[in-house]
Design a protein. Structure first.
Ligand code: 5AD
Ligand code: SF4
Length: 438
């Protein structure tokens, strides 16, 4: 989401005549796009601002802070970091050029925490995209779920779904420009609920999101991924759409957060363990293997050793392809911040490590199973580790490295897996008849 926001900001700025500097050292304006989902991410921006300030002493650039930290902290950022000239909220991205102009004109504290303009400008130019082959396409922004630990509903505001025809048009354009993969993105993609369903074919009882998936699949875009899915709104019609369309890739990211019903209730997630497991079962029973990944928080207020054991059991049962594990971090202003953060740092660390160890073990088994099998890989570029290797992602969203040359970049190739590493696969390219593989 943040990468997509940065692309959008860069597009607005280049439309207004600005050029992206090669390095921040050469820039007249430096804008930090920020995340506040955990305390550590939030602190990072102030460290980075300090760094830029110290090595640009005497020729300071204009400094702006955009994104979630900007939205939440507003004008207090100017007090906290006096070298900041602009604070640009999460819905002010389209107004960046005008804000820079105000700051350049001498305004000392330029602040915009306002709502979006009536007509959003979602257009992102090809040159500003992070990859020439993979494109992010936001379909919904914001969040209405108010999980008790989470700052996102406050920083990003309420859910707003983008129009169907705009999304489909953008995917078609990306297809025509040579993109091979799109990621439909949003805090909760499967809560997609546009004002009008025009342009979506009706399937009995199907949710707007699975209808959108079908419409996007029908554009013929080669590979389509989507993230993040919210468990309560994850209905089996999504799996049905994936089974019907080969270009809907074999990967679902479905954050569970905890394996204890007591903690899930305290988190106000809106699902129980049993609801979640039913969804996992539907995913595991699909006609082809769908990779499953998740997010988990350890050490939520009041989490006992038994609650944590429940999480361990759930992770064992779900057999995740990978999991992001986080230690609970209090976010001021959220309902959970009123609870006592009573799991000690040492306990959080111990639970984090135990869960990580279990997940690594599970992952080892899953990855080892790929050895000898073929996967389809979108080649994204040279591997950072070896000049002889190319790297990309499989349709099941695993990093795959293989021996190959630069000309393969942007192609979808088949790779036979020879070796499984902790977080990646290594293989050799195979040529011959193309088959649909993970
Ligand atoms: N503390 C720790 N982890 C958090 N997340 C969100 N809020 C918090 C918090 N206060 C995690 C959740 C979410 C992921 C993006 O970040 O697991 O799914
Ligand atoms: Fe945060 Fe919950 Fe919304 Fe996800 S669904 S962004 S965890 S409030």
């Amino acid at each position: 989401m943040n990468v997509a926001d940065t692309e959008r900001a860069a597009t607005r700025l280049s439309e207004a005549g600005y050029h992206l500097a090669e390095t921040e050292d050469a820039a007249d304006v430096v804008i930090f796009n920020t995340c506040s989902v955990r305390a550590r991410a939030e602190q990072k921006v102030f460290t980075r601002i300090g760094e830029v300030r110290s090595y640009r002493k005497g020729r300071e650039p204009l400094i702006g802070v955009m994104g979630c930290v900007a939205q939440l902290e507003g004008a207090t950022i100017f007090d906290h970091a006096p070298s900041v000239n602009m604070v640009i909220g999460t819905r002010a991205t389209d107004r960046l050029p005008a804000l820079i102009e105000r700051a350049m004109g001498g305004e000392r504290r330029t602040l915009d925490l306002g709502e979006r303009d009536a007509e959003d400008n979602w257009n992102v130019s090809t040159v500003e995209r992070h990859s020439p082959y993979v494109a992010f396409v936001p379909i919904i922004e914001g969040c209405n779920k108010f999980c008790t630990y989470c700052i996102v509903p406050y920083s990003r505001g309420r859910e707003r779904s983008r129009r169907v025809y705009e999304i489909v048009r953008e995917v078609k354009r990306l297809r025509d420009e040579g993109y091979r993969e799109v990621h439909l993105i949003g805090q909760n993609v499967n809560s997609y609920r546009p004002k009008s369903l025009e342009g979506l074919e009706d399937y009995q009882g199907a949710t707007p999101f699975s209808r959108l998936l079908r419409a996007v699949a029908a554009t013929g875009m080669e590979r389509i991924k989507f993230t993040t899915s919210f468990p309560r709104d994850f209905h089996t019609d999504i799996v049905a759409a994936m089974e019907e369309h080969w270009n809907l890739c074999d990967w679902v990211h479905l954050p569970v957060q905890s394996g204890s019903d007591r903690i899930l209730r305290a988190m106000r997630r809106g699902h129980k363990v049993s609801d979640y497991l039913r969804r996992v079962e539907a995913i595991k029973n699909a006609g082809r293997r769908i990779a499953l990944t998740t997010d988990i928080i350890v050490g939520f207020p009041g989490e006992t050793e038994e609650d944590f054991e429940d999480t361990m059991r759930l992770v064992e049962a779900c057999q995740y392809d990978s999991a992001y594990i986080f230690k609970y971090s209090t976010r001021p202003g959220t309902p959970a911040s009123k609870l006592s953060d009573d799991v000690t740092g040492a306990e959080k660390t111990a639970r984090f490590l135990a869960l990580e160890r279990l997940q690594r073990e599970i992952q080892r088994g899953i990855y080892a199973n790929y050895v000898g099998r073929e996967v389809s890989v979108l080649v994204e570029g040279e591997s950072a580790k070896s000049a002889e290797d190319m790297t990309g992602h499989s349709s099941c969203h695993k990093v795959v490295n293989f021996k190959g040359n630069k000309e393969l970049a942007g192609k979808v190739v088949r790779v036979r897996i020879l070796e499984a590493k902790t977080n990646s696969l290594y293989g050799e390219m195979v040529t011959g008849a193309k088959a649909h593989t993970a």
